[in-house]
Design a protein around this ligand. Structure first.
Ligand code: ADP
Length: 781
């Protein structure tokens, strides 16, 4: 068609709102506006043709020329139906594009002149290719959008006119009116298809984005839904397994426990709060476990549970005697202590500290105290405790936090007034993690311990009803402030006779019972027991002795089982069949009198002991060597002995230049055991002089005493233990400082009677008694 054939027509105009009609489209329109109805009526009067143009703005009721797109579609009205509400439904069929050329003056309806817009015929292959691509894209679009049915695709694929194809596809897309209008206005078919392709591409991208977003959202939804579902399922499972297992059951049970427990208000409030917290925790959370643990601790402590004191002094005495042989002084002191407690009703007095070597019955006395008062007994060892947290606990924020040992002890006591034994209080250490001694001070201080604070428990605990008893091997390692709060009760070692009695009356019956032996199934001769004491043990207490007795019972039990009718009889002769060969020689320390070797007496934390001091003199340049792990005080003591010897060399008949021509070596055997203190002074002096003069020292003599530069002998401590040790070693003559003479009465009579004690005040006297060929210069003595 040439341009000359362009036809201009006069037509009524129907403005469309939110809608656009392409040629060849057939569709229903509902028409309500008066002008539109008039336009329709006019069209029906003529040839039923009408121009349909879209409004650019959907909301405008009475559009002006500017509000209406100039390009529209000439349509034929096929049907008209008046609806009950006054509007008219029409069926229109698009015929061709047209452009308004002029609005005519008409008050009743819009009337225009419009020129028809014809498309060119196209049959070139490029258009074909474009068509195919558009169709392809449309198919993708349909797959993605799901808004258009596949039937539509089938119908669209049948279209072979390129222009129409674009129009129909466009009518199926949900585009803005503006975009649809653009397609309508594009008369050139190629151009229209290209635009269509663009739009489709855009739409597809948008759709894909939409899909991705919705998938992501969906995934997230699914995840939360899944978790919710699983949690519900878990609840259901827990319910099936019995309500107790879930938090709900747990919390109920804790509340019951709380109601039954007798707790101070402060503690009750705390537990309530923690139970509330626990309730909100998911059943499996780790924090829930921590809270639960804490609640259990609070509920488990004896906040107000206590035992009734039943303190009868006669009964207490009986119990102490029942459990212990001897120990007259400590027993009496304990009874006095208990009497005071009974009178004042409140434990405000000093704390008992039982001091003595291992195995002398410190722990067992404390246990008897508890028994005689009718209280629970708790023992904790402080040996090696170096961290304040061990006393006072860790804060709950630590992983695996626990209360300190005091609170742990209180829990296992189950009452708030037990007898609480703090063992080895002298073995506590101190380091960067804080000072356990100061924490302990708070525990023991009656002014402070009613509100003892443990880091874990947080709520103060009242320790004021607890009876604390402590033990130590020696007092010099007890921190001073602690020592000031305590009343020290010494328990020295036992004599052989005492040990024999203890073994006979206490240890043997006890071990027999423990090993299931009848009274008459095991007989042990007293001589055999004595041999056991002398040759199988060498200690201040009776701990090894008890072990040996237990060993004996074990062997006997085995024998009884294999031959029940024959009782076991242990004598001095067959003792070694049960316990193996003797471990110690019971006789004098040395076989014969020695030159330069002297038996000294030492006092250590584990009791008294004998030690042989050896001196060797050899040609040299005057070196003094000391070996055998000596402490500083002992070294100084050796120097003093050496200086004294030099100053007296002439009188003693020793060459005065001996210290220049000789090397001197002082050695104390058993080098692994640290030794210290000044009390070996006279022993070292004697050994030195013996070595230099070549005069032997009597093997029957042992000695103890500090030496001054001028040879005076100064007093020493621990005489009783030293005497017992000398007696154990078979020595019967002891030289001791004059000033210690008064202490001789402390030594048990049985030992005293068998020994000779010679008080000395000067080295001259020492030499006189110790050297065998007593030939000091005439003017001495
Ligand atoms: P410690 O606490 O002083 O180291 P223990 O109290 O543990 O010593 O005593 C060790 C063993 O010796 C216990 O079995 C104890 O009963 C026993 N024992 C100690 N001294 C005596 C004694 N005087 N009478 C009876 N048994 C004793």
């Amino acid at each position: 068609m040439g341009p000359g054939k362009i036809k201009v027509r006069r037509l009524p105009l129907l403005p469309l709102r939110g809608l656009l009609v392409y040629p060849s489209m057939v569709l229903h329109l509902d028409v309500g506006r008066e002008k539109s109805v008039k336009a329709l009526e006019r069209a029906m009067v003529d040839d039923s043709m009408i121009l349909l143009c879209s409004q650019s703005e959907i909301n405008i009721e009475e559009p002006s020329k500017e509000d209406i797109y100039r390009v529209g579609t000439i349509a034929k009205v096929r049907q008209m139906l008046k609806l009950p509400n006054g509007t008219i439904r029409v069926l229109v069929e698009g015929v061709m594009r047209a452009e308004i050329t002029e609005y005519l003056v008409n008050d009743e309806y819009y009337e225009v002149t419009a020129k028809e817009l014809h498309e060119q015929d196209h049959t070139d292959p490029e258009i074909d290719a474009l068509m195919r691509t558009v169709l392809n894209q449309f198919e993708h679009y349909i797959n993605l959008s799901k808004k258009v049915t596949p039937e539509t695709l089938a119908a669209v694929s049948d279209i072979d006119e390129p222009g129409r194809l674009a129009d129909v596809i466009c009518s199926h897309l949900s585009l803005k009116i503006k975009d649809k209008q653009e397609i309508l206005e594009t008369v050139d078919v190629r151009e229209r298809l290209e635009k269509m392709l663009n739009i489709l591409n855009n739409e597809r991208e948008v759709l894909e984005l939409e899909r991705k977003i919705s998938q992501r959202v969906k995934k997230q939804m699914e995840k939360t839904q899944k978790e919710y579902y699983l949690r519900e399922q878990m609840k259901a499972i827990q319910k099936e397994l019995g309500d107790k297992e879930g938090r709900a059951g747990e919390v109920d049970e804790l509340r019951n426990q709380l109601n039954e427990a007798q707790l101070p208000d402060r503690v009750r409030e705390k537990v309530e709060k923690e139970i509330d917290r626990l309730e909100k925790m998911p059943a499996t959370s780790a924090e829930g476990g921590v809270i639960r643990n804490y609640i259990d601790w609070l509920l488990g402590l004896p906040w107000s549970k206590r035992t009734e004191d039943d303190l009868d002094l006669a009964k207490a005495e009986q119990i102490l005697n029942e459990d212990h042989f001897g120990l007259e002084k400590p027993k009496e002191r304990v009874l006095e202590y208990l009497a005071v407690q009974k009178l004042v009703q409140k434990l405000k007095g000093p704390i008992l500290c039982l001091v003595g070597p291992p195995g002398v019955g410190k722990t067992s006395i404390a246990r008897s105290i508890a028994r005689s008062m009718g209280r629970q007994f708790i023992r904790i060892s402080l040996g090696g405790v170096r961290d304040e947290a061990e006393i006072r606990g860790h804060r709950r924020t630590y992983v695996g936090a626990m209360p300190g040992r005091i609170i742990q002890g209180m829990k296992s006591a189950g009452s708030n007034n037990p007898v609480f034994l703090l063992d080895e209080i002298d073995k506590m250490a101190m380091d960067f993690r804080g000072d356990p001694a100061s924490a302990l001070l708070e525990v023991l201080d009656p002014e402070q311990n009613s509100t003892f604070s443990d880091h874990f428990i947080e709520v103060p605990f009242d320790l004021s009803s607890v009876m604390f008893v402590t033990t130590a091997n020696a007092i010099h390692n007890i921190p001073r402030p602690l020592l000031d709060r305590m009343e020290v009760l010494y328990i020295p070692g036992y004599t052989e006779i005492e040990k024999l009695q203890i073994a006979n009356r206490y240890l043997l019956p006890k071990q027999k019972r423990d090993h299931g032996l009848q009274e008459d199934q095991l007989l042990v001769d007293e001589e055999a027991l004595m041999k056991l004491v002398r040759e199988y043990t060498r200690e201040s207490g009776v701990r090894n002795l008890e072990q040996q007795v237990a060993g004996m019972c074990r062997k006997a039990a085995k024998q009884i089982v294999s031959d029940p009718s024959t009782p076991v009889h242990i004598t001095t002769d067959n003792l070694k069949d049960y316990l193996g060969p003797a471990k110690f020689r019971y006789n004098l320390a040395e076989e014969k009198d020695q030159i330069g070797a002297v038996t000294g007496l030492a006092w250590t934390e584990v009791g008294g002991d004998t030690l042989v001091i050896e001196v060797t003199v050899m040609p040299g340049t005057g070196k003094l060597t000391l070996t055998g792990k000596l402490g500083d005080v002992m070294k100084e003591s050796a120097q003093a002995a050496f200086s004294y010897t030099r100053s007296k060399a002439a009188e003693l008949g020793i060459p005065t230049d001996f210290h220049e021509k000789n090397d001197i070596h002082i050695h104390i055997p058993e080098g692994a055991i640290p030794k210290d203190g000044p009390s070996a002074g006279i022993t070292m002096g004697t050994a030195l002089i013996s070595a230099l003069t070549n005069i032997p020292v009597s093997r029957e003599v042992a000695m103890t005493g500090e030496i001054t530069l001028r040879g005076r002998v100064l007093p020493i401590g621990g005489l009783k233990e030293k005497a017992l040790a000398a007696h154990r070693a078979g020595i019967r003559k002891v030289l001791l400082p004059q000033d210690n003479e008064k202490d001789i009465t402390d030594i048990p009579e049985s030992v005293r009677n068998e020994m000779t004690f010679i008080p000395v005040s000067h080295m001259d006297q020492v030499l006189e008694h110790a050297l065998v060929k007593n030939k000091p210069p005439a003017h001495v003595g």
